[in-house]
Design a protein around this ligand. Structure first.
Ligand SMILES: *[C@@H]1O[C@H](CO)[C@@H](O)[C@H](O)[C@H]1NC(C)=O
Ligand SMILES: *[C@@H]1O[C@H](CO)[C@@H](O)[C@H](O)[C@H]1NC(C)=O
Ligand SMILES: *[C@@H]1O[C@H](CO)[C@@H](O)[C@H](O)[C@H]1NC(C)=O
Ligand SMILES: *[C@@H]1O[C@H](CO)[C@@H](O)[C@H](O)[C@H]1NC(C)=O
Ligand SMILES: *[C@@H]1O[C@H](CO)[C@@H](O)[C@H](O)[C@H]1NC(C)=O
Ligand SMILES: *[C@@H]1O[C@H](CO)[C@@H](O)[C@H](O)[C@H]1NC(C)=O
Ligand SMILES: *[C@@H]1O[C@H](CO)[C@@H](O)[C@H](O)[C@H]1NC(C)=O
Ligand SMILES: *[C@@H]1O[C@H](CO)[C@@H](O)[C@H](O)[C@H]1NC(C)=O
Length: 353
């Protein structure tokens, strides 16, 4: 055996004598990293250290959970389903040839307690599948950056039959939510309109980076040669007649609508209460009325529409789910120092959060 091995070795050498010198060595460098000699921490598991780790983690989870649940419970929120309450309007909207008949609907509601701090107004949609794959793709981010390029993804809402491109194109833009909602405070037999802010509601990066209007000396010239989407009744540069800077692709309502939701039931921020006059501290308790111009049909997809007023706390909105997840984890960790179960709980929490 030895003989045959050494002969093979000789053969290898003779077949490639020149290469042997130039070929780089394949041995790893003699560095601590490559030789896996870096200093390492190897925990010594004793009963005391394992149990106290679990206990401390459990206590941490419990306290975070309690504060999250308390915060979520301190959120004041009121939600009104107006697709049922405005049934006359929703009947009218079933026939799309009636789009030109304005339908106004008023809804009274009472705030039993003050809503202090910043108050946010949302519209909510139920059963609206914004997450459908072809719907999500039906947009042109290049166009929304102000570069007027044709994009095949927008089909079938890319261009009209005569070739005029739609601006903005795609199914998402075409189906934009178009109800208008105003809020009135009925105070001492007089009616005061609550001032609402319609800008500053979208993400800064969306408003300033991801959405840009095409360059031109004025906005209507920038959109020349394009046409509004078929479901819209005014062009993009007239979305907001009161604020010239809130038009075109950088309209806040439009930007917020273009950020599609992952779920079929969702809410989008619509307005913020402007904190001035009587509303400096938020919304005082009392009687209010929503005045809604009902345009967006929901009966076609058996949906519902909501208007939601809500305050905000440090942990976000009123959803108690994360807090409950922490509470469950903390309880399991403290009551069951069984590593198998506790590990599963930790894993679960990672997935949840
Ligand atoms: C709804 O319409 C019907 C007739 O079209 C009318 O009698 C009724 O008063 C309306 N209801 C509301 C709440 O406007
Ligand atoms: C829709 O309304 C138009 C007129 O307003 C009417 O002629 C048409 O028959 C209606 N369509 C349906 C399906 O009701
Ligand atoms: C709503 O409230 C206003 C003012 O308080 C009142 O005039 C109106 O009749 C109320 N509407 C309904 C439908 O209750
Ligand atoms: C509002 O949106 C719906 C659905 O996209 C559309 O059918 C309707 O014509 C729009 N109405 C107005 C006034 O924009
Ligand atoms: C409500 O109005 C009445 C008369 O219109 C007035 O006397 C009263 O002071 C008002 N109350 C408040 C709280 O403003
Ligand atoms: C915008 O420019 C067009 C010509 O390019 C002009 O006809 C139009 O009046 C201008 N609009 C405004 C509001 O200045
Ligand atoms: C609100 O309206 C109800 C009846 O709709 C009335 O009894 C109550 O006094 C009103 N509250 C205020 C603060 O005006
Ligand atoms: C944890 O799981 C392993 C294998 O799944 C099992 O052998 C061990 O007994 C379990 N430990 C406890 C404390 O249940």
């Amino acid at each position: 055996k030895y003989v045959s091995f050494s002969r093979k070795h000789d053969l290898d050498k003779s077949s490639a004598p020149q290469e042997a010198g130039t070929r780089p060595s394949r041995c790893p460098d003699n560095s601590a990293f490559k030789q896996q000699k870096l200093p390492a921490w190897k925990p010594r598991l004793t009963i005391a250290s394992v149990l106290s780790t679990f206990f401390l983690t459990g206590a941490f989870c419990l306290s975070v959970g309690v504060s999250l649940v308390v915060a979520a419970n301190s959120v004041r929120e009121i939600q009104v389903d107006y697709s049922d309450k405005c049934s006359n309007c929703s009947k009218l909207r079933e026939n799309s040839s009636n789009w030109n008949n304005e339908c106004l609907c008023s809804i009274n509601f009472t705030l039993a307690e003050d809503m202090l701090g910043d108050v946010f107004m949302y519209y909510g949609l139920q059963n609206f599948y914004q997450n459908h794959r072809r719907y999500v793709l039906s947009r042109s981010d290049e166009q929304l950056l102000g570069r007027n390029v044709q994009n095949t993804y927008c089909a079938p809402f890319a261009a009209y039959k005569n070739g005029t491109p739609m601006a903005p194109c795609g199914a998402i833009a075409n189906s934009m939510f178009n109800d208008t909602i105003d809020l009135f405070y009925n105070f001492n037999s007089s009616v005061i309109q609550v001032p609402l802010l319609k800008t500053g509601n979208s993400w800064w990066t969306d408003k300033n980076v991801k959405f840009r209007n095409p360059d031109s000396h004025n906005l209507s010239a920038a959109f020349a040669g394009t046409a509004r989407p078929p479901y819209w009744h005014k062009p993009a540069y007239l979305l907001d007649v009161e604020d010239e800077k809130n038009n075109g692709y950088i309209n806040d309502d439009f930007i917020i609508w273009m950020r599609v939701s992952a779920f079929a039931t969702f809410k989008n921020l619509y307005r913020r209460i402007s904190r001035k006059g009587q509303f400096t501290d938020g919304l005082p308790a009392g009687n209010y009325t929503f005045h809604i111009s009902y345009n967006f049909p929901v009966t076609k997809f058996k949906g519902k529409k909501y208007v939601i007023l809500s305050t905000m706390v440090w942990s976000g909105g009123s959803n108690p789910f994360l807090g409950i997840a922490y509470l469950v984890c903390g309880t399991v960790l403290i009551h069951h120092p069984n590593p198998n179960l506790s590990e599963a709980a930790l894993l679960l929490m990672h997935i949840c959060s």
